[in-house]
Structures are given as structure tokens and as C-alpha cells.
Design a protein around this ligand. Structure first.
Ligand SMILES: Nc1ncnc2c1ncn2[C@@H]1O[C@H](COP(=O)(O)OP(=O)(O)O)[C@@H](O)[C@H]1O
Ligand SMILES: [Mg+2]
Length: 288
């Protein structure tokens, strides 16, 4: 009999929906709180061998990634893979993976010295977007409209930030409509997508953007599937920006996605799609 584990920090709406779907399918599972783990790296805990797969739903990107690395090391099947998660947790690594795959993205610069960073910003032209390489929910993003703001934000980052904030990731600002697109890729399919509409230029739903259905056109599907494959594939949420001239650009990819606001507008049963993918992987393994 198949047995799954869900690694979490807190059972949120998403985890409740996954639990409900697992119960309906009568699939055995455990919920594992990442805060309670004590991993003896040289002695794999036998309990993990009981699972055919472990789905990472940790709220903390660093915790989730650390556990994925250890479980993979012990030969446990995990979703998403540690390398995929590591790439998505880091906007620089994601950008490089997308560029390698020839996927259109916003023009992005990297710099370390504040003066050099200002020079880079001015070669792109205002406004630009500064964002931390690690982070989510639109936190610490800055749209910079002029040199005064650039100098102030860079000084704050240098003085108050941790070492991660001393790596300056500078992006051209995309004059998108009052929205962006969040597409859900599961395996080799874009199962659904939403528009996230907001008065604010930062359109994360965690920041109050409103979700509505975005039709999955063949163009959106193939771009998002290519983007997902570029970072190694799995269950991924892809942020897409609509550039008025260039069309769709991939902004970033999330490895542990929130989806509570996307089920009703799209009509797609996202948790069951996730489980179909996870369980089909387990069955393929069993056949081999
Ligand atoms: N280069 C950009 N141009 C225009 N809007 C952007 C740009 N980068 C980010 N945004 C807006 O900010 C939001 C959050 O940015 P994102 O890079 O996805 O960071 P996070 O990991 O915090 O979600 C995006 O969904 C989008 O609305
Ligand atoms: Mg995002």
C-alpha cells in the first residue's frame, strides 16, 4: 500500500485540502512537522523508508530545502527535488536556468558595490526593480524611480540588510497591466492559471491582489512548461509578466506554492492534480 508524508511547518488551508484529498482516496499518509525533526545525518531514520514519497510543504524555504537534501541523500523520493527547490528558492539561480533554456525574462543585472549598482540601474533606465535574491510574498521589493531613491535603498540594504542583501539584483521594470499571471505547472502540463490584479505594482495575493481565471493558451502552456523544465520540473508555480512589446516574460518560479485562492476562479482541483502527479510517480517506480 502506498504511504505518503507531507512535510509542513503549519497545517494551512493548502495542507488541509491535500489531507482531505488523501482521505477521499484512502491513501495512507503522515503529517510531519519540520520543527520537530532531529536528523542524524550519519544514521538514516528508518521511519522515512516507510514513505513512497514525501511532499515538501514547509513554510520556511531554508528548512524545506535542508530536509529535501537529507531525504534525497537517504534515497527517499521527494517532491520537489532538492536541486529544483534550491534553484527556485534563489532568484539568481532561477534567472540563470531560464537564460540557459533561452526563455524570455526581464533584463536583469547583478552588482555588489553600491556605486557600480547605481551605474547599472542608470544603464537600464528608471524605473527599475530591486529585489532580494531569496524571499517571497513580495517582501522587500523596491521600485526605484530616481537616483535619490536608488541611493537610499542601497544604503539601507548595505547598512541594515544581512549578507544576502549585499548582492544587488536589479531588474528592468516591466510596464505590465495592473496584473501578472500565476501559472501552475504539474509535470508536463500547465493545469491552470490566474491573473493577480492589484492597484499596487506588486501583485502577490499575499499583498492583497485579487485572483481571477487566466485562460491557458497554447502559448502560455508551452512557455510555462519550458520554464518548469528549465529548473528541473515538478509541481511549480510560475510568475509571468505581460510586457506590452515583448509579450510573456517569466519572472520567477516557486517550488512550494500556495494555491488556496486559485481553485475557485479556475475550477481546477489543484490538490488532486498534485496528488495524481505524485502518485503516478510512485507507481512508475513500483513497475520498474
Ligand atoms: N521586473 C518587474 N517589473 C514589474 N513588476 C514586477 C517586476 N518584478 C516583480 N514585479 C511584481 O512584484 C511581484 C513580486 O515579485 P517576485 O519577483 O515574484 O517576488 P516574490 O518572490 O516576492 O513573489 C510580481 O508578482 C510582480 O507583480
Ligand atoms: Mg512571486
Amino acid at each position: 500500500m502506498v504511504r505518503l508524508a507531507i512535510l509542513t511547518s503549519r497545517v494551512r488551508v493548502e495542507e488541509k485540502l491535500l489531507i482531505e484529498a488523501l482521505r477521499q482516496r484512502s491513501v495512507a499518509f503522515d503529517i510531519i512537522d519540520d520543527g520537530e525533526l532531529l536528523l542524524d545525518l550519519s544514521h538514516p531514520d528508518a521511519r522515512w523508508r516507510a514513505y513512497d514519497a514525501v511532499l515538501c510543504r514547509s513554510m520556511s524555504q531554508s528548512r524545506g530545502l535542508a530536509v529535501l537534501h537529507v531525504l534525497e541523500h537517504w534515497g527517499v523520493r521527494v517532491c520537489n527535488a532538492a536541486t529544483v527547490t534550491a534553484t527556485c528558492n534563489d532568484k539568481l539561480l532561477t534567472t540563470l536556468a531560464l537564460l540557459r533554456a533561452g526563455i524570455p525574462i526581464p533584463h536583469t543585472l547583478l552588482a555588489f558595490d553600491p556605486k557600480v549598482t547605481i551605474h547599472g540601474i542608470e544603464t537600464l533606465g528608471y524605473p527599475v526593480v530591486l529585489k532580494p535574491i531569496t524571499g517571497s510574498w513580495g517582501r522587500l521589493l523596491a521600485r526605484i524611480n530616481d537616483r535619490d531613491a536608488a541611493e537610499a535603498v542601497l544604503e539601507h540594504q548595505e547598512t541594515l540588510g544581512s549578507y544576502q542583501h549585499h548582492v544587488h539584483y536589479v531588474q528592468e521594470h516591466i510596464a505590465k497591466p495592473q496584473r501578472d499571471i500565476r501559472a501552475f505547472v504539474v509535470g508536463d502540463r500547465t493545469i491552470c492559471a490566474i491573473y493577480r490584479t492589484s492597484e499596487h505594482w506588486v501583485t502577490n495575493t499575499a499583498r492583497g491582489a485579487v485572483a481571477s481565471n487566466c485562460p491557458v493558451t497554447p502559448e502560455l502552456d508551452s512557455l510555462c512548461v519550458r520554464a518548469a523544465q528549465a529548473v528541473g520540473g515538478g509541481i511549480l508555480a510560475i510568475d509571468v509578466l505581460e510586457d506590452p512589446q515583448r509579450g510573456l516574460l517569466i519572472n520567477e518560479i516557486n517550488a512550494t506554492m500556495e494555491f488556496r485562492n486559485s481553485i475557485a476562479p479556475t475550477g481546477v482541483d489543484i490538490p488532486n492534480e498534485m496528488l495524481d502527479y505524485l502518485l503516478s510517480g510512485v507507481r512508475e517506480e513500483a513497475v520498474r
